[in-house]
Design a protein around this ligand. Structure first.
Ligand code: ADP
Ligand code: ADP
Length: 229
């Protein structure tokens, strides 16, 4: 089964803005996909469909063979985790521990298992010892890592990241690229990343989709960016 299968997906916002026009995307389990597109291309709208926050009745979104509209929330969050571009949209508790524990607690896991997952997620992103820190007071790069940990603690099989490296210093950027690649390589996590940064593309993509309301190109980074002069 495909990790993600999006078929003929159309979506217009209530004000009539057509954000997605006949979008088709297929992602194999374990693939690393990058979705590129200018501002307003529909990347966030697409991710909100994968998160089940937006539902379109025009087209189909399947995760490991199940239509997302038919999945129970608790099943969906085990399959798909979405990390938003803006960490402040994701961190709303008063400590890092509480933010990273929030998902697993909602999954009904035991306190012991929640504690184990928080520890593991913080170690994965390199924030050991940050449990009692106040997210609001951390640097942007630390917040990005904490927001990722808050999704990793649910141990999703598909990880979706919106602009994971945007506005980071080179060190934090390299850290995050390594974390994402380790998750893909060592744990088989399928990754789908929206980004603008062409420089990091080769590191994070087996395959690229270029989105501009519809898919305008698809291929390896080399296919997409080699100049046919
Ligand atoms: P991207 O993430 O690629 O920048 P978005 O998915 O945010 O693109 O936006 C796609 C299109 O939908 C844009 O034209 C944007 O202005 C529009 N859009 C986004 N959110 C809304 C909304 N809540 N209501 C109306 N239009 C919206
Ligand atoms: P895009 O539409 O390409 O995601 P936006 O114009 O919406 O970009 O936002 C610019 C970026 O600035 C976002 O990725 C946002 O996460 C980031 N950002 C927000 N706060 C800060 C901050 N304090 N320092 C650096 N970058 C920030």
């Amino acid at each position: 089964k495909k990790a993600i299968s999006i078929t003929s997906l159309n979506y217009s916002y209530p004000d009539g803005t057509k954000a997605l026009d006949d979008v088709n995307i297929e992602v194999e389990q374990g693939e690393k996909i990058v979705i590129m597109g200018p501002n307003g291309a529909g990347k966030t709208t697409l991710f909100l469909h994968l998160n089940g926050i937006i539902r379109s009745d025009d087209g189909n979104v399947k995760i490991f063979g199940s239509s997302i509209g038919d999945m129970k929330v608790e099943d969906r969050i085990k399959e798909v985790g979405v990390v938003f571009a803006e960490p402040d949209d994701q961190l709303f508790m008063s400590t890092v521990y509480d933010d990273v524990a929030f998902g697993p607690l909602n999954m009904g896991l035991s306190e012991e298992e929640v504690g184990r997952r928080v520890k593991k997620a913080l170690a994965t992103v390199g924030l050991e010892g940050f449990e009692e820190r106040v997210p609001h007071h951390m640097s942007f790069g630390q917040k990005k890592k904490a927001a990722l940990a808050a999704v990793l603690s649910m141990e999703p099989r598909v990880l979706i990241l919106d602009e994971p490296t945007a506005n980071l210093d080179p060190k934090s950027k390299a850290d995050l690229i390594r974390v994402i690649n380790d998750l893909n390589r060592n744990e088989g996590v399928t990754t789908v990343i929206a980004m603008h940064d062409v420089n990091a593309l080769a590191d994070l993509a087996d395959r690229v989709y270029v989105l501009n309301r519809t898919i305008v190109a698809e291929g390896t980074p080399r296919d997409i960016f080699s100049d046919p002069v």
